[in-house]
Design a protein around this ligand. Structure first.
Ligand code: SAM
Length: 258
């Protein structure tokens, strides 16, 4: 079969380092009969060792050429199922047939943030997630309030999950090599949300607006949504910037609107 040429538009950086692949699979620790979904299997660097552990595996791949190769490669494997399409639009309840599943992937870096937001909407169906991402994105997911990395991604990830950065991976472990360092991260969805939110939609709206002008004070950035007296009513100084607020304070602000 002709060698596949990596497609930039699909964020294709294939893992080639056997030590890193082994470390990833050891961190995931798949058990026989567990249900897994892999996003972007590509040339099956992770798929092969995952299947070897006797799991049921659903593959979601957007690149039709790669999907065709994968279907051919795994045609004799009854526990492997191919879903050709865009993970950003995928109905994961339909893929998993509403069963709880474990999610893995060396994700396409060009769409990592919108993809994470989409995946978080399925968190009640997910036991855990393991992803390779740009290291900078992993840092933002795991950031603490009051730091430069703290933002909408940190808040949404930490509202839904416990975030555990596991290890860093150098560009030479991929082909073609990405321009940035990568990080491997585990996300474990919370059994119970860490803060009470009356409406997720309103919470998201407040967080988005507060960080859309992160250098401005809340008094200015939240104008039109919450006025100074309402911000004070939530026990928050309107002279602060969004990056100073933690999950609880964003929850308090958004609950005022409900
Ligand atoms: N898992 C392989 C590996 O580790 O070598 C490939 C990882 S590569 C970084 C990202 C993979 O995601 C590619 O196979 C790419 O075609 C696929 N992909 C990109 N965008 C996608 C999307 N929106 N939905 C599903 N798969 C996508």
């Amino acid at each position: 079969m002709k060698k596949h040429k990596a497609r930039k538009r699909f964020g294709q950086n294939f893992l080639t380092d056997p030590m890193v692949i082994q470390r990833i699979v050891d961190s995931i620790a798949p058990l026989t009969n567990e249900l897994f979904i892999e996003i972007g299997p590509g040339q099956a660097a992770l798929t092969h060792p995952l299947i070897a552990s006797g799991i049921e595996l659903h593959l979601v791949e957007i690149d039709r050429d790669l999907a065709e190769r994968l279907a051919l490669q795994f045609r004799a494997h009854p526990a492997v199922h191919m879903h050709v399409g865009d993970a950003l639009k995928m109905d994961f309840a339909a893929v998993s047939d509403k069963r709880k599943f474990r999610l893995v992937g060396n994700l396409p870096y060009n769409i990592s943030t919108p993809l994470l937001f989409h995946l978080l909407t399925w968190s009640t169906l997910i036991s855990d997630m393991h992803f390779m991402l740009q290291r900078e994105v992993v840092n933002r997911m795991a950031a603490s309030p009051g730091t430069k990395a703290w933002g909408r991604l940190s808040i949404m990830c930490q509202y839904h999950c416990q975030i555990m950065p596991l290890f860093t991976v150098e560009p030479e472990s991929f082909s073609p090599a990405p321009r940035v360092q990568s990080g491997f991260v585990r996300l474990i969805p919370h059994q119970k949300p860490p803060v009470r939110i009356a409406s997720k939609k309103t919470f998201d709206q407040v967080v988005l607006k507060a960080f859309s002008m992160r250098r401005k004070t809340l008094r200015n950035s939240l104008r039109g949504l919450l006025d100074v007296s309402q911000i004070e009513q939530a026990g928050i100084d309107p002279g602060l910037r969004a990056e100073a607020l933690g999950l609880e304070q964003f929850a308090a602000l958004s609950n005022l609107l409900e």
